[in-house]
Ligand binder design. Structure first.
Ligand code: DX5
Ligand code: ZN
Length: 217
């Protein structure tokens, strides 16, 4: 399986964003965490900054919305040029309607689940999504410890996708590093988000290659 690496700019230097976007040009996607102080206990950035990121980077922009009322806001990020938008099971009111709206706008739709949420309720609407995001930390902060207990969820989802012959991507977000990447890949995820493991490294581009190599080993 081809593994895609999506560095999270949550761990970048927000005063040197252009430099830090250049530093990850060998990545497959750039993951942008939007938090609102309500759905999660942290506040990051919103539309004006996502707009500039979409203009500046050559990578597809993967927006992870950790906000209340994504039904209202997700399409705005698609309009700005996001290649994919993730919204949370615990926040959305009408996931199918929202996914269809995003796809009609040419944006990939991704459904995100937190560690205590089951993945099975997504099975009945799986074909409405391009990607499912399995959180391997409680959303809100970078640098938390990887929750290995989420791997059975990834496995159950991979089995369902394979059984039905779907091409849905499985993204894992939280605590991904060169040491946890093999476990994540073995469970069946193909898109890996990494914040602190990339931007905390001396050489972010080398860290990306390292995660990719260990995942594909
Ligand atoms: C956490 C965010 C993640 C975060 C991951 O709520 O969704 O994308 O940046 O950071 P690391 O890789 O450091 O766990
Ligand atoms: Zn994220």
């Amino acid at each position: 399986m081809t593994i895609q690496i999506a560095p999270s700019i949550l761990s970048a230097d927000f005063c040197n964003l252009e430099r830090d976007l250049d530093a990850i040009s060998n990545a497959d996607l750039v993951h942008v965490d939007v938090m609102d102080h309500h759905f999660v206990p942290n506040l990051t950035l919103g539309e004006p900054i996502v707009k500039r990121i979409c203009e500046v980077t050559k990578l597809p922009v993967d927006v992870h919305l950790m906000i209340e009322d994504p039904d209202r806001w997700a399409p705005e990020y698609a309009k700005l040029g996001a290649a994919s938008v993730s919204f949370h099971m615990g926040a959305t009111h009408a996931p199918v309607r929202l996914a269809r709206q995003l796809r009609e706008m040419g944006c990939k739709a991704c459904y995100a689940v937190r560690p205590a949420e089951p993945v099975e309720p997504i099975f009945d609407i799986l074909d409405e999504f391009d990607m499912v995001l399995i959180m391997t930390v409680e959303p809100g902060f970078g640098g938390q410890k990887f929750l290995a207990n989420q791997m059975s969820k990834v496995r159950r989802l991979r089995d369902e996708i394979t059984r039905r012959g779907l091409s849905t991507h499985i993204q894992v977000d939280g605590g991904v590093s060169p040491s946890t990447a093999p476990t994540v890949a073995e469970a069946g995820a193909d898109v890996m988000v990494a914040g602190s493991a990339v931007y905390g490294a001396q050489d972010p581009a080398a860290a990306i290659n390292d995660i990719r190599d260990r995942a594909q080993a």
